[in-house]
Design a binder for this molecule. Structure first.
Ligand code: ZN
Length: 170
């Protein structure tokens, strides 16, 4: 992928791409995103989804923790009305685990589709990454148009226009 696009991803999502262009001895992200520019939008939208999910999960968790403090301290009046049943005191509720920040370890084209290795996240993040993999299997790696997997030596996803052209150097 072009350096300009890689830097755009790194600037927008500094935590996820903290290893981008790092030391070759310690991270595969040294090589940047090892795919062509046609998948930039998939990666960018994926990162937006992960970012939004982690932010929302974190806010929900903070709200639940704050609520439980009020319950523990019997500060019933400060709880929202819908949380107070007549004649009953609200109880402490279990709080979901925090979602660890996602850090990409390698992003590349493998067997024709986008393959991403990462640390952190949870099952939701894994599903989002799986979805990005599926979308890449029908998206031209060169230009981002709808494409199909072309076989013969090297499996890759290309649209009709890019298939067979020399527009594969990158
Ligand atoms: Zn194309």
């Amino acid at each position: 992928m072009d350096l300009e696009l890689e830097n755009k991803l790194k600037d927008t999502f500094p935590v996820m791409f903290e290893e981008m262009h790092g030391d070759k001895a310690t991270t595969c992200m040294h090589f940047g995103c090892e795919c062509h520019n046609g998948w930039y939008n998939i990666i960018n939208q994926l990162c937006m989804s992960i970012d939004s999910y982690i932010n929302t999960a974190s806010k929900d968790r903070q709200r639940e923790l704050a609520r439980n403090i009020l319950v523990n301290e019997k500060r019933w009046d400060e709880l929202p009305k819908w949380d107070r049943l007549p004649g009953e005191h609200p109880v402490v509720r279990p709080v979901t685990d925090a979602v660890d920040p996602v850090v990409f370890k390698q992003i590349k084209e493998k067997f024709g589709t986008l393959t991403i290795y990462f640390t952190g996240g949870d099952a939701v993040v894994s599903n989002l990454i799986h979805l990005a993999d599926l979308i890449s299997s029908v998206t031209c790696e060169n230009c981002g148009s709808p494409g199909v997997q072309r076989t013969g030596g090297w499996i890759r996803v290309q649209c009709d226009g890019c298939y067979g052209s020399d527009n594969t150097a990158n």
